[in-house]
Design a protein around this ligand. Structure first.
Ligand code: PEP
Ligand code: MG
Length: 892
């Protein structure tokens, strides 16, 4: 027979902490507190499996459930010497939801269940407090009416009218008779709305409440919450039925909630609130202002109301003991709920407390110092994605905001500034010390200086791997991309959404961690990277197997990457080195040239710049490998587009404007992402890669001579589809390298490898690896080409795809393990079969996404590479992946 019900109480608990999946967090916590000898009112938990049954069988219950519930209820009656529904000696119960993970406030609860017109009199007699009894009764009708019977909350109106009629101000001024009259009024209201009377039978009430709690698993707010927090819909909720204890029986009663440590800072201080003579709902509902537990808490929050430490010092002492017991046992910060009934403390809940990222770090490090957990456990407990909160300025949570629009959270951090519409203006205003937000429909390489100068970037088009997103993440600038609800009017210099128009010079705030665009300046909080952060990061490095490198091409980014702990560079996109104003002209000359001579002239200008760039990066990354990718410019990013740019190009090349326009037209591509880019450019214009190879080797030679330490360049060919392409280009690189080293009279160690970013390359990885000395998975392009999904255009429908569950995640953010991942795995296997020990890495944006990092560990990659600001996240994710891997290994 299936066991659907697990009891707890005087006879001990049938469940325990490890049974969260079956009993839900609340049920498991109650059982565990029971085992620990803490005062828990007796009760029972109906399992999440019963919820599964409920939904699988047209909202009905398994046959054995009724009997098991009756039996468990009898157990409560025995232990309290009271009877459910007995007017002479009544037992009342609470009925609460409780899923595996907490979903605060999303599902339903009914308190004071078991009351009717006769039982309430018994309760009055038994408690000797009529007022309390009728207050409890009206609370029950109100809650049951709303939660189970679906009656709209007009109950509060009845209370307000009654107070007016009786000439009193506060609920506390209402007498037993007032509440009796109101309870009757509440029942009339229910009967009127429902067309039948309020259920008087306690058994009917109980089953109504159980059904309502199960049903609340599917209410719209719970469904939305699960979608936002990736909680599977088939987990279901448990139902906890528990003897009521009353915090509203007088001045020696109270109810409260507390965290065993401060949930915002992580400080080791008891942090909680309580209310005298109240029920739990009053604390959370904000009807009365809660009071602090400790005098220190009261003072810190400038509260005038007395602390529990002053009003009920013995109870607080007991709570301190409970706090110690729970922390020692759970070895984590707990979030607890309690009630004091006539001077006696009862525990109603314990669960792992939600906390800010900063608090999570502090608590992790403190628990290790206190000897409660190991360093590995501390590392395993921090959510890598939450570190983002610490690396960038964040919005002050106390600030009020007015949302103007929403886009994609393309690059984290919050920033405020006056809106400007051109990179030039962004730069000139920023040079005068002004804070600006650069607004563009989409960005292009010419905007790079403006993006750098701006505090944040806002675009209305483009996805998570669009130019703006990739560049902004690399620079650590907050960016909201693809805010499609906003209209940008360059001519009028406005952005507008529905009926709000914001003009140039007016201030907006963007939050690149949530994708929100807000009106006006919203205060922000600066990050703090030392202390606990540094300690925990140090621990991750002792646990990790995969290395973490950075995607960086400027000296500033490389330095930042080192500060964040990068162990080399995994991708230096050389085309990004040509974005600066003084270089883009020369770069355009190369691209627009009609013949080799023209190209070589442009390249000659670029060579010394490239050499110096590489040399600087080698110096910064001393002792670490640096992967430099040869040119991979989607042509449209570099072609002149505006009349001004045509004129400028004509001036630079000495041609007339028409000729320039004509050449741009010839070079125009319908689908540049699949066009003349990557190694295809190197094949058709070998002099470009020759120049770059020369610059790399010359820089390596220079820095090796300068520092006496070997520099280790890894030269990477992009967008390879066939071994033939790679062989042709490798031959050029090796030839140029040998010439440079011969001239210099020294040798530098180097590798020539390829990106795997096209399905064909992944499939033919075996033969490519015979020639390539390393692979780096370019999962941005690989995702684009495996799905046949444009990196720049997917946003228009990706949201709908996620809502419909076609995409579980944006595949440009979290690697599609089943499809793209299968190709990565296959390429890794084929590559290593051909060349044992082949160095493998990833440099697509997924290299900084925790779930994708875990996948990389499972495939056996040597390193992940990501933008500098994601490095701490990747270090932590890689450490956690290693721990999971070890644990899985240990169980085999
Ligand atoms: C990739 O395609 O994953 C990659 C890293 O290259 P890029 O984003 O520059 O195309
Ligand atoms: Mg690519």
């Amino acid at each position: 027979m299936t066991k659907w019900v697990y009891g707890f109480g005087d006879d001990g608990a049938e469940g325990h902490a490890e049974m969260k999946n079956l009993l839900g967090g609340k049920g498991a916590g109650l059982a565990e507190m029971n085992h620990l000898g803490l005062p828990v009112p007796p009760g029972f938990t109906i399992t999440t499996e019963a919820c599964g049954y409920f939904y699988a069988h047209d909202r009905s219950y398994p046959a054995e459930l009724r009997e098991q519930v009756e039996c468990a209820l009898a157990g409560i009656e025995r232990s309290l010497g009271a009877r459910f529904g007995d007017p002479d000696n009544p037992l009342l119960v609470s009925v609460r939801s409780g899923a595996r993970v907490s979903m605060p406030g999303m599902m339903d609860t009914v308190l004071n269940l078991g009351l009717n017109d006769r039982v309430v009199e018994g309760l009055a007699r038994k408690s000797g407090d009529e007022r309390f009894a009728y207050d409890s009764y009206r609370r029950f009708i109100q809650m049951y009416g709303q939660v189970v019977l679906g009656i709209e909350n007009h109950f509060e109106e009845l209370i307000e009218n009654h107070k007016l009629d009786s000439g009193v101000l506060l609920d506390t001024d209402l007498s037993a008779d007032d509440w009796r009259i109101l309870a009757a009024g509440f029942k009339d209201l229910v009967a009127e709305e429902l067309g039948r009377p309020f259920p008087e039978d306690p058994q009917e009430q109980l089953w109504g409440a159980i059904g309502a709690v199960f049903s609340s698993w599917m209410n719209p707010r719970a469904v939305t919450y699960r979608r936002l927090h990736d909680i599977p819909g088939d987990w279901g909720t448990a139902v906890n039925v528990q003897a009521m204890v009353f915090g509203n029986m007088g001045a020696d009663c109270a109810t409260g909630v507390a965290f065993t440590r401060n949930p915002s800072t992580g400080a080791n201080e008891f942090y909680g609130e309580y209310l005298v003579n109240a029920q739990g709902e009053d604390v959370v509902a904000g009807i009365r202002t809660p009071q602090h537990l400790t005098i220190a808490g009261k003072q810190a929050n400038k509260s005038a109301l007395p602390a529990m430490e002053e009003v009920m010092p013995e109870i607080l002492a007991e709570l301190y003991a409970v706090r110690r017991t729970l922390e020692d046992h759970y070895r984590d910060m707990q979030d607890i709920e309690f009630t004091v009934q006539r001077g006696r403390l009862w525990m109603l809940q314990t669960r792992s407390g939600k906390r800010t990222a900063q608090a999570a770090l502090k608590i992790g490090v403190s628990l290790v110092e206190e000897g409660l957990i190991t360093r590995e456990e501390a590392v395993g407990r921090i959510d890598p994605a939450s570190l983002d909160q610490l690396l960038h300025p964040t919005l002050d949570p106390k600030a009020k905001t007015t949302i103007l629009a929403r886009g994609l959270p393309a690059s984290p951090g919050a920033a405020s500034g006056e809106i400007v519409f051109t990179a030039e203006e962004a730069e000139s205003r920023a040079s005068r010390g002004e804070a600006v937000i650069l607004v563009r429909i989409e960005t292009s390489p010419e905007d790079i200086h403006g993006m750098h100068a701006a505090k944040g970037i806002l675009t209305t088009r483009g996805g998570m791997t669009s130019h703006a997103a990739v560049v902004a993440r690399g620079m650590g600038r907050p960016c909201v991309a693809g805010a499609g609800d906003l209209r940008v009017d360059y001519a009028e210099q406005t952005i507008g959404s529905r009926n709000i128009v914001v003009r140039a010079g007016e201030i907006v705030t963007i939050d690149g961690s949530t994708g929100e665009v807000m009106l006006g300046a919203v205060p922000t909080i600066q990050p703090e990277l030392s202390g606990d952060f540094a300690t925990l990061m140090g621990w991750t490095d002792t646990v990790r197997r995969m290395k973490v490198r950075a995607n960086a091409e400027t000296a500033a980014d490389a330095r930042m990457a080192r500060r964040f702990g990068a162990e080399g560079i995994g991708l230096s996109r050389t085309e990004h080195m040509f974005f600066q104003a003084d270089r883009i002209g020369a770069m355009r000359r190369v691209i627009m040239a009609e013949d080799e001579t023209g190209r070589r002239a442009g390249l000659a200008q670029l060579l010394p710049m490239q050499r110096e760039d590489f040399a600087e990066i080698f110096r910064i990354m001393k002792g670490f490998p640096v992967t430099i990718r040869l040119l991979d410019p989607p042509l449209h990013e570099f072609l002149p587009k505006t009349p001004d740019e045509f004129v400028e190009m004509a001036r630079l090349t000495g041609k007339d404007v028409d000729a320039v326009r004509h050449r741009a037209l010839v070079l125009h591509e319908v689908n540049p992402m699949l066009g003349h880019r990557g190694c295809r450019l190197g094949i058709t214009y070998p002099e470009i890669y020759e120049m770059q190879a020369a610059a790399i080797f010359e820089a390596a030679v220079l820095v090796t001579k300068e520092t006496g330490e070997a520099v280790e360049p890894e030269i990477m060919v992009p967008l390879v589809a066939t071994r033939k392409e790679f062989d042709i280009l490798k031959a050029i690189i090796v030839r140029v390298g040998e010439e440079v080293m011969k001239r210099a009279g020294i040798r530098v160690p180097y590798l020539v490898g390829t990106m795997i970013e096209l399905p064909r390359a992944a499939l033919r990885a075996g033969e490519i690896a015979e020639s390539a000395e390393f692979f780096s998975f370019g999962t941005n392009d690989l995702t684009q080409t495996v799905f046949g999904l444009s990196r720049d255009d997917a946003t228009s429908f990706a949201g709908a795809y996620q809502r419909l569950g076609i995409f579980e995640h944006d595949p440009f953010v979290t690697l599609d393990v089943d499809g793209v991942g299968e190709l990565v795995r296959l390429a890794a296997e084929r590559g290593r079969a051909a060349r044992p020990g082949l160095k493998l890495g990833i440099c697509g944006e997924h290299g900084g996404d925790p779930a994708s990092v875990a996948f990389c560990q499972s495939v056996g990659l040597d390193y992940v590479s990501c933008s500098p600001f994601r490095i701490p996240i990747a270090r932590l994710a890689a450490a956690q992946a290693a721990l999971t891997w070890q644990a899985a290994d240990a169980t085999v």
